[in-house]
Design a protein around this ligand. Sequence first.
Ligand code: FAD
Length: 355
Amino acid sequence: MSPSNESIIVVGCGVTGLSVATLLQSEYPSAVLTIIAAEIPTGHSPTADYASMWAGAHYRPTRGSTPQLKQEFDMAVRTAGRMKRIAHDHPEAGVEFMQGVEYLEDPPTEFSSIKTGDVYAGPEDGFRVLDQTELPTGVEWGCEYRCYCVNVSVYLKWLLDRFMSKGGRLIQHRLSDAQEAFEYAQKIGLGKVSTVVNCSGRNFDQDPKTKIIRGQTVLVKQQHHQTVTRQCRDGSWAFLIPRPRGGGTIVGGTKEIGDPEEQPRPEAREKLLRNAVDFFPDFVDSIDRFVVLKDNVGRRPWREGGYRFQTESVGPDKRIVHGYGAGGRGYELSWAAAEKIVALVAASVPANARL
Ligand SMILES: Cc1cc2nc3c(=O)[nH]c(=O)nc-3n(C[C@H](O)[C@H](O)[C@H](O)COP(=O)(O)OP(=O)(O)OC[C@H]3O[C@@H](n4cnc5c(N)ncnc54)[C@H](O)[C@@H]3O)c2cc1C
C-alpha cells in the first residue's frame, strides 16, 4: 500500500467503530479518517440504542460447534490478546484482567468433555473445572479462568481521545442510512469519499436479520474482585461485572428479545439484586446493603448469523463496508472484528487510490 489522502468515513462511535477507526489510523496513517455518529461517548446521557455505553462489560468465552461460534471463539481469543496489551501498557484505558467464574445449573452434555488445562479464554488462562465440592447448591458445572472486564465509558473515551489526538475527526450527526454519509461528507466539505464503513450497530434497522435484545442491569457502588456468571435452569442469567478503576459493579442482567422498553423496570431491578444476594452472597449478603448508583437499559444489536462483514458497491467508486451486528459480544470480539473490517476496507480501495 502506498500512502495517499484517501478520505474514509466510519459511521458509529461505539466499540466497533472506535476499534475500526483506531486500527485504520495505525495501519494507514496517511488516510484521512472521520467518525460520524449520532451518539458519542462524551456529552449527554446515552439512549438505550447506544449499546456500547450499557455493556457490562466482561469477556465470557462461549463454546459451541456451529461455524459462527467457532469463528467467534477465535475472534474472542485474538481480542483478548490485544486487551492484555492494553491492560498492561495503558492502565488508564479501563481494561483489567481478573478471575472469571462460571456456574451452570443445567450444562449441555458436551461440557462433560471440558478438562482443567484446556484453552477456554485464551493462552495461559489458568482454566480450571471446579470440583463438585466447590459448586454452590443448584449448580452442576462450574469453572474459573483469567479474563478481563472493561469500564466501558472510560474505555470508549480513551479510544476516542487517542483517535482525535492522532488527527482523527469526529462529527456528531444522525444519518438516515449509511449511504447518506457520502452526500453529507460533500456537504460539510470533507471532499470526495469513496469508502464508508458502517459500524452503526443495527444498520439503521434496515437489515431484516437484526433484532434488539434488551438488557437491564444495575450499577452498584460496591466493587467486586472477580466477574461471576450463573446460567439458571429457567434460561435466566445472573452476573457480576466489576468496572475497573473503581467504577463499581454491574449486577445483571436480562436478555429480552425484541423488547423495546427503554425505562428500567423496578421489578427487574428487585429480581437482579435478589438473585445477586442469593447466588453470590460473598459480594453483598443483603439486598438493603446495595448502594445503587444507576439502573441501566441497553439494546444489544443482535444479528442472525452474527456480524455482517461485507463490502457493498453503491455506485461508481463508492462502497460501503459493513461491520455491524455484534449482539451481546461487541467488546470481547471488538479487535478481531476491527481486523476483519479493516481488511475489507484495504481490499476494496482501488489500486490507484491506495490508502
Ligand atoms: C446490558 C448489556 C450488557 C452487555 N454486556 C456485554 C459484555 O459483557 N461483553 C461484551 O462484549 N458485550 C456486551 N454487550 C454488548 C455490547 O454492548 C455490544 O455488542 C456493542 O456495544 C456493540 O457495539 P457497536 O459499536 O457495534 O454498536 P453501538 O454501541 O450501538 O454503536 C453504534 C454507533 O452507531 C451510531 N449510529 C447508529 N445509528 C446512527 C444514525 N442513524 N446516524 C448516525 N450514527 C448512528 C450510534 O450513535 C453509535 O455511535 C452488552 C450489551 C448490553 C445492552
